[in-house]
Design a protein around this ligand. Structure first.
Ligand SMILES: Nc1ncnc2c1ncn2[C@@H]1O[C@H](COP(=O)(O)OP(=O)(O)O)[C@@H](O)[C@H]1O
Ligand SMILES: [Mg+2]
Length: 369
């Protein structure tokens, strides 16, 4: 069973939201509604997140990311559609049941994490457990563990203003981890941090995730962050999810010109891996002749040197050391060029949107990085 499932979610702000959903379903344009003072913040969003995955939602400011996230933990009621968490429909729970799920099973980490200034770091990290009504000793034990996981061992007795911005953000992470929640919802949690600290936090999250295997929905407007963190990435534009895929999918086969424009500044050689671009070996391919043998997760930047010195393809092996594919020089060069034009994916690109994006008048889009 998927941990989290969004089915045809809509969120409309303004007058007569149900009417607006009906209109959207019948092809009315978002702009047309906007002109009448109605905002379609999320339009027909469907996706599933498997246990242990980091699912990234990426899009420019105003594309509907935060609204979508707030529906995932029941903070905001969908205008239409369903949210299933461990198979349970959040939209059908009573207010009390919802509070229970929210305090025990789902944790949220925001961009600007508000710490209580007159409480120690330990008390701040334990806050979610206090809300749950746990006894003090148990709270402190779990908060201590969480602080250690977040790299803040030794800072328990400090006050928030003694911590740097990055460390304060870690307290936020520790608070979320301390509750033992299965699902972490992170809304631009690293966006306010300096680039170096931000990268550090990304590494730390990936490291933590290897051990804790939480299910994480991570929101960002930064494509590079999305590519580093996401097992799956949903790209949002004007309230709609226009593509869902791995970072490789999005780079190699963007669903439309919009996604292609978004990704054009990404350093493909560092994001794409040998496993993502490899081809089937020829029948007469001999592994011993290959200029190099690499694993599937090797970034392709490491294949340039071997490919430049030999006409034979680089060999790619699986975890068991057996040959799983090859990367010939021509393939390497091809994936670094412009992405091949692809058919929009009907499943996630509504017809109208696909048509809009098919034209040549899509401007260059900043990746926000
Ligand atoms: N409570 C609200 N009332 C009215 N409009 C809202 C509300 N929350 C968000 N919006 C609008 O919905 C759209 C999506 O906003 P948001 O989800 O915050 O986008 P993002 O997080 O991607 O920047 C925006 O046009 C925003 O102005
Ligand atoms: Mg937002």
């Amino acid at each position: 069973m998927s941990r989290l499932q969004a089915e045809h979610l809509y969120k409309v702000f303004g007058r007569r939201p149900d009417d607006a959903v009906e209109k959207l379903r019948h092809g009315t344009d978002r702009e047309e509604l906007r002109a009448k003072g109605t905002t379609a913040a999320v339009i027909d969003a469907s996706f599933t997140v498997e246990p242990g995955q980091i699912f990234v939602v990426m899009g420019l400011s105003g594309s509907g990311k935060s609204t979508l996230l707030r529906m995932l933990n029941g903070l905001s009621e969908p205008t239409a559609g369903q949210v299933l968490f461990d198979g349970q429909d959040l939209t059908k729970l009573s207010a009390r049941e919802l509070r229970e799920v929210r305090s025990k099973k789902i944790s949220m980490v925001f961009q600007h994490f508000a710490l209580f200034p007159h409480r120690s770091v330990l008390e701040n990290a334990a806050y979610g457990l206090e809300v749950q009504g746990l006894p003090r000793a148990e709270r402190e034990k779990r908060a201590l563990e969480a602080l250690e996981l977040a790299g803040l061992k030794g800072w328990e007795k400090s006050w928030p203003d003694e911590l740097s911005g990055g460390m304060q953000q870690r307290v936020g992470l520790a608070r979320a981890l301390a509750t033992d929640a299965d699902l972490l919802l992170m809304d631009e949690s690293f966006s306010a941090l300096d680039p170096l600290i931000r990268r550090d936090m990304q590494d730390q999250l990936l490291e933590l995730q290897k051990r804790l295997k939480k299910t994480i929905v991570f929101i960002t407007h930064d494509l590079n962050e999305a590519m580093r963190l996401g097992d799956q990435i949903a790209v949002m534009r004007d309230g709609r999810i226009v593509q869902i895929g791995t970072s490789e999918d999005i780079l190699v086969t963007p669903a439309n010109d919009y996604v292609a424009a978004f990704t054009q500044d990404v350093d493909r050689s560092r994001v794409l891996t040998a496993g993502a671009i490899m081809a089937d070996p020829d029948k007469d391919f001999v592994m011993a002749d290959a200029p190099a043998t690499v694993t599937e997760d090797t970034p392709i930047i490491e294949l340039f040197t071997p490919c430049s010195t030999s006409g034979v393809a680089v060999a790619v092996t699986g975890a068991d050391g057996k040959l799983v594919g090859v990367v010939p020089r021509a393939r390497l060069l091809a994936v670094l060029g412009e992405p091949a034009p692809s058919e929009p994916q009907d499943a996630v690109v509504p017809a109208q949107q696909a048509k809009d994006n098919g034209g040549k008048n899509v401007g260059k889009v900043s990746s926000g990085a």
